[in-house]
Design a protein around this ligand. Structure first.
Ligand SMILES: Nc1nc2c(ncn2[C@@H]2O[C@H](COP(=O)(O)OP(=O)(O)O)[C@@H](O)[C@H]2O)c(=O)[nH]1
Ligand SMILES: [Mg+2]
Length: 369
């Protein structure tokens, strides 16, 4: 089954959490004013069943690891059939930067200037997603070409930016970034240094020294991104590197992709909502593109968030939409596009996140009952 490993990983985590919650429950139940011995006995039975199951799974896992280590050692003695080729950075890369913008006037203009100042940048496009605060005018003044996108949504803005950038003659690399002051233009050379060695280079904000204090990467978003990234790695598994791509951050917009790789995945991009960044990785991995993750600087946001960072509830909803997407994304006969049902789920991005939240709430209520 596709995504089976991700389902299994999630099931183990849920089981461990359930087992953990039974302990305080049993502790509290022991204070009940009536005879709860029968209840406590069955609770203890379930506890030890879960513990035994997890313990045996851990033993099996350790044995499997030992087997892999042994196999690796045996194989390392064999003659080399394929040499790793070191590819040097391409000096004459023509880069187009696509900036998403929705009522982020000052920050977007500053982003345009910062990227225009970088070597290799031929053009900066700003995708204006129905801004009413003069974002478009300031972006033009800063030297950008502004493209209006009427369909409201972070994913729609990203898809528009990527497809417009792809059309520019001679473009080698397309860079996607947010115009909210969180990402820095000076990081661009890092992406270009690695793009010769991968189809797509994505930034990670899970780096202690590079994240500005007070940024959106608080405990919730840091741990949440790591957890969802590991679920994605489970879906696209490699036993040695724990995933075909060593991803730690699924919500980072800042990324660079080669034009030919982008042309391959563009027809399959279809998520208009806030979980687009993960969606693009998922589609790229399905197409067997190579992904590299690099540490980037992440600064405090200028202005108010309109995305996952608006509130914990919103962030939780986006996280759930990402998990759901990893579990349910299925290639169809057409190729890699979403199944009609999943596509229906994605058309109204805000509604999809709200629906996922409601489904989770309903599930929680059902387990309480
Ligand atoms: N959330 C959201 N962002 C949009 C939309 N249209 C464009 N964007 C841009 O997409 C980027 C991500 O949104 P942002 O508010 O920074 O979300 P955050 O990173 O979770 O705080 C920003 O550059 C926005 O200006 C939209 O409809 N919703
Ligand atoms: Mg942002």
């Amino acid at each position: 089954m596709r995504g089976g490993r991700a389902y299994l990983g999630l099931a183990v985590v849920m089981l461990a959490l359930l087992g953990a919650f039974l302990h305080p429950l049993a502790f509290l139940a022991s204070f009940l004013p009536f005879d709860s011995r029968g209840f406590l006995t069955s609770l203890n039975g379930i506890k030890s069943l879960i513990f035994d199951g997890l313990a045996w799974a851990a033993v099996g896992f350790l044995l499997l690891m030992a087997l892999q280590v042994w196999r690796g050692r045996v194989q390392s003695g064999r003659p080399v059939t394929r040499r790793y080729q070191v590819r040097m950075p391409i000096p004459q890369t023509k880069v187009v930067v696509a900036v998403t913008a929705y009522n982020d006037a000052a920050a977007t203009a500053a982003t345009v200037r910062a990227f225009k100042a970088q070597r290799n940048v031929a053009e900066v496009l700003v995708v204006d997603n129905n801004s009413t605060d003069g974002t478009a005018e300031l972006a033009i003044d800063a030297g950008a070409r502004v493209i209006p996108e009427a369909r409201q949504g972070y994913g729609y803005a990203c898809m528009r930016g990527l497809s417009e950038a792809c059309r520019i003659p001679g473009v080698d690399v397309v860079v996607l970034v947010e115009g909210d002051g969180t990402f820095v233009g000076a990081d661009l050379p890092k992406f270009l240094a690695y793009i010769s060695q991968a189809d797509m280079v994505v930034g990670t904000r899970i780096v202690r020294n590079l994240v500005e204090p007070g940024s959106q990467m608080d405990y919730f978003f840091t741990w949440g991104n790591i957890a969802v990234a590991y679920l994605l790695r489970l879906r696209f598994w490699d036993s040695q590197f724990l995933g075909v791509a060593s991803l730690t951050d699924v919500g980072c917009t800042y990324r660079a992709i080669k034009r030919d790789a982008l042309e391959r995945i563009l027809p399959d991009l279809c998520v208009g909502g806030n979980h687009f960044s993960l969606h693009m990785m998922l589609v790229a991995l399905h197409h067997r593109l190579t992904l590299l993750e690099i540490p980037i600087t992440f600064r405090k946001r200028v202005g108010r968030s309109k995305g996952a960072s608006q509130s914990l509830r919103k962030g939780f909803g986006v996280g759930m939409a990402m998990i759901w997407h990893i579990l349910t994304f299925q290639p169809t006969s057409r190729g890699l596009a979403l199944s009609p049902k999943a596509r229906e789920h994605e058309v109204e991005p805000e509604a999809a996140e709200e629906r996922t939240l409601q489904e989770v709430a309903a599930g929680l209520a059902a387990t309480k009952r």
